[in-house]
Design a protein around this ligand. Structure first.
Ligand code: NAI
Length: 348
């Protein structure tokens, strides 16, 4: 049931990869290669079912098409998932087996880190394929992209605050950061340095304790952070946290974070809009890491140009939000439309 799956969007290729020796079960989805080779990270996660893994890779790869197009990159959208626990013994060999599957595609898909595959784990993928970026040790390595992602999220968050709350700065702004991992931590640091007041939540109490000490952050339980009394909610954990259970309890008027696919479904976006909550589309504001790491694909790195492009996410969000307001529609629909327009433009 691929072609009829609700998240199937005429993906060009969906490949199921196995390796019995390492117990690899992976899916690579290439959503679009109209702008160039498909590029996007590899997620390793103990999915409850194959269906869940398939849905995830279909949604994530489509978002990569939009993300790369809006970021102005000559790259298509792709993503991969490995069904499994990254902490399990044997994960390194499984990653190397996955690399062989990527290599066999001959550059049609480039892989990188994502949840469960950090910069160290990616080294195992790089043992068996050339088509990997965001590495730490290869020629032209760009390393962990998280700080660049956070810089872009910060720019997008400020733009959303400017649009929704009419505020030019974030001094005294209350922001709840859900998930203080690689990106969430860097985002906390930027927000704190610019005078925001932080509420943080994470399943990992060590991370929240560090944030409490470093940023004078208030610590909140993970299952209640969406309802924190704040101006902005920044989802920086896993996707799907904006849903029918959490949205009615959100008091923030801006939602802007790094997590891919924070909206559980299209209805969640519509419900936020109905409640007057501005959602800064994740695939617009979390593109900073991709903008930085993709230099490894192109074999050139102009730090100043990349930094300008990441900071340009501010203007993109202003453009998206203004058009959404003028057309009384959702920012994520406007952003998708802009991405589709650049795909069509590339075809002509
Ligand atoms: P990470 O794995 O370093 O951090 C995620 C954190 O969220 C962990 O500390 C985890 O304990 C916590 N967490 C998980 N579920 C939670 C919950 N329900 N409530 C509170 N905390 C929870 O991941 P990273 O790299 O920081 O990425 C965060 C999100 O941003 C992911 O959705 C990822 O796909 C997305 N993203 C990351 C990019 C990057 O450059 N690292 C680029 C673009 C998107």
């Amino acid at each position: 049931m691929i072609f009829t799956a609700s998240d199937f969007d005429n993906h060009e290729k969906v490949l199921f990869c196995t390796d019995t020796r390492t117990n690899l079960k992976a899916i690579i989805a290439i959503h679009s290669s109209r702008l160039g080779a498909a590029a996007g990270g590899c997620r390793m996660y103990p999915y409850a079912s194959e269906r869940e893994a398939l849905d995830d890779v279909l949604r994530l790869s489509r978002a990569m098409t939009y993300k790369n197009a809006l970021a102005g990159l000559k790259l298509g959208g792709g993503k991969s998932v490995i069904i499994g626990d990254p902490a399990e013994l044997g994960a390194p060999d499984r990653l190397a087996a996955f690399g062989r599957c990527v290599e066999a595609l001959g550059g049609a898909y480039w892989t990188a880190e994502d949840v469960g595959v950090n910069v160290d784990a990616l080294e195992h993928v790089a043992r068996t394929t050339r088509y990997v970026f965001g590495t730490k040790s290869r020629k032209g390595a760009t390393g962990d992209p998280s700080a660049f992602t956070a810089r872009g999220v910060f720019a997008g968050l400020r733009a959303a605050v400017r649009h929704r709350l009419g505020r030019e700065n974030i001094l005294g702004l209350r922001v709840a950061v859900q998930g203080v991992g690689a990106v969430g931590w860097e985002l906390c640091s930027l927000l704190h340095n610019h005078g925001a007041k932080l509420v943080v939540a994470d399943h990992n109490s060590g991370a929240t304790e560090r944030a409490r000490r470093a940023f004078n952050a208030q610590v909140c339980a993970s299952e209640r952070v969406h309802a924190a009394d704040v101006d902005v909610l920044a989802p920086c954990a896993l996707g799907g946290t904006l849903n029918e259970r959490t949205i009615p309890e959100i008091t923030a008027t801006v939602v802007a974070g790094a997590a891919n696919n924070s909206l559980k479904n299209a209805a969640a976006g519509a419900e936020l809009h109905r409640r007057g909550i501005l959602y800064a589309p994740d695939f617009v504001i979390n593109a900073g890491g991709m903008m930085h790491a993709s230099a490894e694909i192109f074999g050139s790195h102009d730090t100043a140009a990349v930094t300008r492009a990441i900071d340009g996410i501010y203007e993109t969000v202003i453009r998206v939000c203004s058009r959404a307001q003028a057309e009384n529609t959702l920012p994520e629909l406007v952003a998708q439309q802009l991405a589709i327009e650049s795909l069509l433009h590339a075809e002509n």
